[in-house]
Design a binder for this molecule. Structure first.
Ligand code: ATP
Ligand code: MG
Length: 430
């Protein structure tokens, strides 16, 4: 036998058994985004490397260590997208979507980062991103947070996640804070690891983001950016908090939350869970009012977030996903050639009558026993049995595979009309 070719480490297949959880999340996401009147945008998976270097920042984990960058056959440097915001801005500028317009956009798809694979951290992973352009007030920041909070409810995750909030102020305010922070960090330089030593002058704020346990106490005692905010950013933050208070969305102000990308300003937030170990952030975002201009567009306020779908799938699988969304409602057994012909036609009629119905045709024939085995294995609620007797009498035999004995016979023969009624009721009960 030839060698088996394996997939790339950290890049996973999503198997048939797992895809119902993905669909469960994706369907609700689309419904959510529609209900807030957001529009989908799709863009390529590969972009020029310069796009990410210029937006995410040269001195960040993503650009320094995580990008899949390669030369194509023309010698151009290309990169598999590590995130979507920069790409969305590029597409918005290039297609004239941003000038004097308000846009509420979303996208969904794979992202690529060369990280150490572990639970909740992969090299190909999926994000849903939401980006809003042309609105500068805290009202739109609040809308995005309201939207995410509603989404956790739709997934039954509202008790599994908490919101962390911070403000990074303006670039000028950060400039001022930067000097104070460098001073402080220099006083503790013996505690800084290699990464942090290197970043001390180039990107000291990133040091606050460090997960190195040896540095945590020192970081906690560092001066707080919150105390150096400009007046307008402070007002923006206070108003955002009022919007959240108004609808009872709880949040924790985390003054160390700086996010791993350079383009953020003012509002930043993360939704975190303690149920996934170290990979606890499931949704993260903030304002990036300077990015459009930085990438060659006109000055345009902007705010957005990205959600990691793998982590959401893990959470949903931990908790809630009802088994029934994975399984067919009914399996159709067809005994003999005549029944096969009539049966496939019948299952089309059932689908016409009940578009929500999931019905599994047992194709390929076989004995009653072997077909029954397959029906059982499918976890369907009903076996629908069609043989010569049923054809003769224009009936169909229904065998209840899952229900406990509530006085109903385990099996009965029904007219087609009664069958449709039965299945319809079963759909309503779900
Ligand atoms: P982390 O701190 O976990 O590395 P991050 O700050 O790098 O996350 P963002 O770039 O803000 O993450 O991406 C937003 C979301 O995308 C994260 O909150 C997470 O849910 C998801 N995500 C990021 N990197 C990965 C990855 N390598 N594998 C799976 N999901 C990821
Ligand atoms: Mg990361």
């Amino acid at each position: 036998m030839a060698d088996k070719i394996q997939s790339i480490r950290g890049m996973n297949d999503i198997l048939p058994d797992e895809s119902p959880s993905w669909q469960f999340i994706e369907e609700r996401l689309r419904q959510l985004l529609k209900s807030y009147n957001y529009d989908e945008i799709r863009f390529p998976v590969v972009e020029k490397t310069a796009l990410f270097k210029r937006s995410i920042g040269e001195v960040t984990d993503i650009v320094e260590k995580e990008m899949y960058t390669f030369e194509d056959r023309n010698g151009d440097s290309l990169t598999l997208r590590p995130e979507g915001t920069a790409v969305c801005v590029r597409a918005g500028i290039q297609n004239g979507l941003l000038v004097n317009q308000q846009q509420r956009l979303w996208y969904m798809g794979p992202m690529f980062r060369h990280e150490r694979p572990q639970q909740g951290r992969y090299r190909q992973f999926h994000q849903v991103g939401v980006e809003v352009f042309g609105l500068q007030g805290p009202d739109i920041d609040a809308e995005l947070i309201y939207m995410t909070a509603r989404f956790w409810k739709m997934l039954g995750l509202e008790d599994s996640v908490t919101l962390q909030l911070n403000s990074l102020g303006t670039a000028q305010a950060r400039e001022q804070y930067r000097d104070v922070l460098i001073d402080y960090l220099q006083q503790h330089s013996e505690l800084l690891d290699d990464d942090s030593q290197r970043r001390l002058q180039t990107n000291p704020l990133r040091i606050l983001d460090s997960k190195n346990p040896a540095m945590q106490t020192m970081i906690e005692q560092a001066p707080r950016l919150m105390d150096y905010l400009d007046e307008a950013s402070e007002q923006h933050f206070i108003r955002l908090c009022a919007y959240l208070d108004r609808v009872g969305i709880a949040y924790k102000i985390n003054t160390r939350l700086v996010r791993g990308l350079d383009y953020y300003n003012r509002t930043v937030f993360e939704w975190v869970t303690d149920k996934l170990g170290a990979q606890g952030t499931i949704c993260a975002g903030g304002r990036y009012d300077g990015l459009v201009q930085q990438l060659g567009g006109r000055e345009t306020p902007a705010v957005g977030f990205a959600m990691g779908l793998e982590r959401l799938v893990l959470l949903v699988e931990n908790e809630h996903l009802q088994k029934h969304i994975k399984y067919p409602h009914a399996a159709l057994l067809m005994m003999g050639e005549r029944a096969q012909t009539a049966g496939l036609a019948l299952s089309e009629q059932l689908r016409d009558a009940l578009p929500q119905l999931r019905i599994f045709n047992i194709c390929g024939g076989g004995s009653f026993k072997s077909q029954m085995k397959r029906a059982d294995k499918s976890q369907a609620e009903f076996a629908l049995i069609l043989g010569d007797d049923e054809l003769e009498q224009q009936l169909i035999t229904v065998k209840y595979l899952r229900q406990s004995n509530d006085g109903r016979p385990q099996q009965e023969s029904l007219s087609h009309t009664r069958l449709i009624e039965l299945l319809k009721n079963a759909l309503v009960e779900q």
